[in-house]
Design a protein around this ligand. Structure first.
Ligand code: NAG
Ligand code: NAG
Ligand code: NAG
Ligand code: NAG
Ligand code: NAG
Ligand code: NAG
Ligand code: NAG
Ligand code: NAG
Length: 481
């Protein structure tokens, strides 16, 4: 039965039409753009959006893990030998970190908030109890010695007092005390002279349940790239610890949120109050976390590199001109004058010298780098680990008997790994979005596919339509012969 030619031609025409529409849609990028503008209007800090809810009280559990360095050879170090340490950890705390005192600006472009963090010890995710003992450098004593090292009279008096009280350069305290605070004998004695002094010391003393200052964030309403970007911190739009304007800039978000629609060649800025500076991360790998595609961003070597590699880091040398080398940051001024030096754990990406100066350092990229895995469409963090090491600058100070022979060394005290993995409920939502994105983005290709199939049918029908006539024409002579 031959088909009606008008039917065959309409198949041909629809095939052509679908091909043209499909190709036009692919070329004009309509559906991906549509998806992106949807996301852009949804990812805004506005009462009622999912993004606001997640920013207000992050659903994924954040864990803070501490790895201490137990000093094994204090006597030898006092005589000038290289320190040897043993890594002990983790001691794990779960963080509760909601945004509080949230106040929107009148036109919705900015929102003020504080971000207090409360820490809960997780015994069964820890190596031991908080009462484990750690021997490390006596940070209050080192701070006092640094402060009075150029004042011979005071130095001799304090040194004599320390001797009488058996306060040395090294001390043993529990994990809980080192982190959350203990009363220090030397500080207590000095308080008699200087009543403003706090006689408690702890690396995270008074940090439990308290915030790191008031933030003013952009909401992302005007520009999606400004989502959760820090405008001011404690009322200031820049820092004053560093010696150049670029280094003092407060750039990017607080590292807990990122704007949507992230591309691979983007530079993600973030401000870290722990580190007392802003830094940035760049794309390194494609990752898949709980079935969701993501980009891994990590701070490149240049961020903490020396001046030969990155001249812009001049401003991080304090006091001006006093540079410590790659991988180290002197944060003394932002830690009440304590001789604290920040680095990556085990001096990862720092000068080889610092690794060699302390026996027991073994830098490894997988364990010690800071990395953030982000879903590029929504900007949601799939997985992240912020890793920092707190070191003390120990130096020979002739006027203190306690430090007259020690080697000058950057001594690691503890490193921390603050990590998060997306919770299952948020992951499910993201998987749905990923599927929707795939479907929507594939509509043009489906049109093209259907167009090609129809085209095939059209050809087939055209050929079959002609076949009976031609075969009849060809066969007739054969039959007659
Ligand atoms: C958000 O809206 C709810 C109800 O409309 C209100 O109770 C809440 O206080 C609002 N939150 C903020 C931060 O304005
Ligand atoms: C919103 O208010 C801020 C000050 O609170 C002002 O700087 C900004 O220009 C305003 N934006 C718009 C779009 O009105
Ligand atoms: C922090 O404070 C909360 C309550 O305010 C308390 O339950 C928790 O044990 C404290 N954490 C530490 C490490 O002291
Ligand atoms: C770990 O501790 C939590 C409570 O803090 C408890 O619910 C859980 O069962 C413990 N897990 C193991 C494996 O002991
Ligand atoms: C750390 O070293 C001290 C002194 O050697 C020791 O008493 C303590 O048990 C060590 N800590 C741990 C957790 O092994
Ligand atoms: C802040 O960002 C600007 C570019 O916007 C850059 O020049 C500067 O170095 C950055 N500062 C820090 C500390 O990251
Ligand atoms: C800076 O670091 C590079 C490579 O890490 C090294 O080759 C160079 O000698 C260092 N420069 C200084 C001044 O230490
Ligand atoms: C770190 O900075 C402080 C304050 O500017 C300074 O006194 C100290 O000497 C610096 N430490 C080192 C090791 O350069």
């Amino acid at each position: 039965m031959p088909l009606k030619p008008c039917f065959i031609y309409s198949i041909g025409a629809s095939s052509l039409l679908m091909l043209i529409i499909g190709i036009a849609l692919v070329l004009s990028n309509v559906f991906p753009n549509l998806m992106q503008s949807l996301v852009k209007t949804e990812v805004v800090l506005r009462n009622g959006t999912d993004a606001f809810e997640a920013w207000l009280d992050p659903p994924a559990p954040v864990y803070m893990q501490f790895y201490f360095f137990n000093l094994t050879n204090p006597e030898e170090v006092l005589k000038g030998e290289r320190p040897a340490v043993m890594e002990i950890g983790p001691y794990t705390y779960r963080e509760h970190r909601p945004m509080e005192e949230v106040v929107f600006g009148s036109n919705g472009t900015r929102v003020a908030a504080v971000n207090p963090k409360t820490y809960f010890f997780e015994r069964n995710m820890s190596r031991g109890p908080e009462s484990d003992l750690i021997r490390t450098v006596n940070i209050p004593a080192m701070t006092v010695m640094e402060r009075f090292k150029d004042n011979k009279v005071a130095a001799n008096l304090i040194s004599a007092y320390m001797l009488s009280q058996e306060i040395g350069l090294f001390t043993t305290h529990t994990v809980g005390e080192l982190l959350w605070g203990y009363e220090d004998g030397l500080l207590k004695a000095l308080k008699v002279v200087d009543p403003n002094l706090d006689d408690n010391f702890g690396l995270f003393y008074k940090n439990n349940g308290s915030d790191d200052g008031e933030y003013l964030f952009f909401t992302g309403q005007q520009n999606y790239k400004d989502f959760a970007r820090v405008d001011t911190w404690n009322g200031k739009s820049s820092l004053d610890w560093w010696t150049s304007d670029e280094c003092n800039m407060i750039n990017g978000t607080n590292g807990a949120s990122f704007h949507p629609i992230i591309s691979k060649n983007e530079v993600l800025y973030m401000f870290s109050s722990d580190l007392c500076r802003s830094l940035y991360a760049v794309y390194t790998d494609d990752v898949i976390v709980k079935g969701i595609p993501g980009y891994r961003f990590a701070p490149p070597f240049e961020v903490f590199a020396n001046l030969t590699v990155n001249p812009a880091n001049t401003g991080f040398c304090v006091p001006a001109g006093n540079c410590l080398g790659s991988g180290l940051l002197n944060v003394s001024m932002c830690k009440q004058g304590a001789p604290i030096i920040m680095s990556s754990p085990h001096f990862y990406q720092a000068d080889e010298k610092f690794v060699k100066d302390v026996f027991g350092m073994r830098p490894k990229k997988e364990e010690h780098q800071t990395a953030i895995d982000i879903n590029p469409l929504t900007g949601i963090i799939l997985q992240a680990a912020k890793r920092l090491q707190i070191n003390v600058y120990v130096e020979k100070i002739p006027d203190f008997r306690q430090a007259e022979n020690v080697p000058t060394v950057i001594l690691p005290v503890v490193y921390l790994n603050e990590s998060v993995l997306i919770d299952d409920a948020s992951a499910k939502k993201l998987q749905v979005i990923a599927v929707q994105k795939n479907v929507v983005e594939n509509i043009p290709f489906m049109l093209i596919g259907v167009g090609i199939i129809l085209g095939g049918i059209f050809m087939f029908l055209m050929c079959r339509q002609k076949l009976p006539e031609s075969s009849a024409a060809e066969r007739q002579p054969l039959l007659s012969s």
